[in-house]
Design a protein around this ligand. Sequence first.
Ligand code: ZN
Length: 420
Amino acid sequence: MDGSSEAARSGRAGFRKIKIFDTTLRDGEQSPGMSMNLPEKIEMARQLERMGVDIIEAGFAISSPGDFENVKTIAETLKDSVVASLARASKLDIDRAWEAVKGAVSPRIHVFLATSGLHMKHKLNMTPDQVYEQAVEMTKLAARYCADVEFSAEDATRSDRGFLAKVIGGTIAAGATTINLPDTVGYTTPDEHYDFFMDMRERVPALEKVTMSSHCHNDLGLAVANSLAAIRAGVAQVECTVNGIGERAGNAALEEIVMTLFVRRESYKAETNIHTEEIMHASNMLTGITGVGVQPNKAIVGANAFAHEAGIHQHGVLSNPLTYEIMTPESVGLKESNLVLGKHSGRHAFGERLKRLGYDISKDELTKVFRKFKILADKNKVVSDSDISALVDETMVGEGAVGESSVGEQSIGETAFGEN
Ligand SMILES: [Zn+2]
């Protein structure tokens, strides 16, 4: 971290602080192919803490003995971040969650219960009155253990607003310090989500005394937009995951929310505690652990997200990077040297770059591609990631080793970089 990011974190006058609640290790891990073992979870949790995440949801303690151990160990390891465990609104769950997080410097119990008609009737088999009673009683129980209690009204966005307001009022009175209103099924839209939070604030004045939180899913590709609308409506905590992993189409992507608030801070008058230069590292770590990569054009962390950089160097037309950059690669932790390879680059650096771009090729193949790279580097001085991808694809396709080719797309991209 450098001095300037330190200054950015000290807080600007008139700027609201938005807490980042990361649920990569719970909601994220719940999705297919994302399971992590204990050492992997600890490594990830440490990186989240290093990145400045305010609250880390480490798991769902009652879901398995393994998850209990994970939450407990993370709780005992971390020092700066709040460590939360999820719990259904039942005594057994809450007892188990507290057992798991009580060793943390800053523990949180996160209790949830569904409030939508659909969920109450078809999943919980409970009447609204029973749901209200249970939400209030279980929040009270959690608050007896822990000063920091979050209550989530599952499927809040599809709940009857009058009933939801009653549950929110009841759980705040019972000791909840954070009220989270999830768009569990990714159904809402930004305008509607803004109105929803404004409406709830009007219906429940007590919300002003606690932290209001949003938790958005990406079924319609709107999770980040909805989270930002919620922030505009006064939410002070957003729940999100690294690379946007999570149930179905995923959760709101941490890096997209954080960088939007960073790049457009004057527009939102809000800021986070995230050390943005740690974002790439967190994204790569998660990809490395799970083996599940992000699409190349993924915002912020995709391999092509900053590919225009090389174009700029090649053409040398920019006197001011701001002409084409809304943020620098360095601001998310990409080093320029990682983006620019030239004729002076060695075989090792070249091999490392291929790995980072997701290529796993043999030594012989590396030798072939490296030779082509040297010829190109002599001509172009600078070779971009997309040039390298094209070289690899060309070499592999030439040998019939790779079925799918992105060469066509890459060359279109090249043209666009040059002309735009
Ligand atoms: Zn969720």
